[in-house]
Design a protein around this ligand. Structure first.
Ligand code: CMP
Length: 144
């Protein structure tokens, strides 16, 4: 079924200059981009985005990292988008991520793991709504 999912190209990947390669991997895998922005998250943005992890020992490390530089946020669409993006992105810990996955290629450790991928359609919708208004979402079909 056609689904939408949400992704963040995290500050370490943007700083490494691999934003284009990651976007290309999404496109080659059949994802369509419905919305995209370069953003610098405030601490408040990052704390709210990751509120479910508040209280975990890694929370402040995660917020420090996510506010350390610009990120690229994107709303993507394809068949089974949530599961397919998580497959392409790989395990949260780059050391455990399968060969060929984006975190294996561009992740440095479990905090600086290059890419975020939503874990459900509902969370994707909520996460995307923090960065995109309805009118930012482009649903036009592209002709090659
Ligand atoms: P992400 O997919 O963006 O969602 C939550 C993030 O928390 C996750 O990627 C990791 O970057 C981070 N995270 C999860 N578990 C740990 C951990 N044990 N130590 C540090 N960071 C973690």
């Amino acid at each position: 079924m056609e689904e939408r999912t949400f992704t963040i190209i995290k500050p370490n990947a943007v700083a490494m200059g691999v934003t284009g390669r990651i976007i290309d991997a999404f496109l080659q895998d059949g994802f369509r981009i419905l919305a995209m922005r370069l953003v610098c998250m405030s601490r408040n943005d990052a704390e709210k985005f990751y509120a479910v992890h508040r209280g975990r020992e890694f929370f402040s490390r995660l917020v420090d990292f996510m506010t350390s530089g610009p990120c690229v946020v994107m709303l993507l669409e394809r068949e089974d988008a949530v599961a397919e993006l998580r497959r392409l992105v790989g395990n949260t810990d780059p050391a455990r991520a399968a060969e060929g996955t984006l975190r294996r290629m561009y992740g440095e450790n479990v905090t600086r793991n290059a890419v975020h991928a939503s874990d459900s359609v509902e969370n994707a919708r909520m996460e995307a709504s923090r960065f995109f208004r309805e009118e930012d979402i482009v649903v036009a079909r592209y002709e090659p």
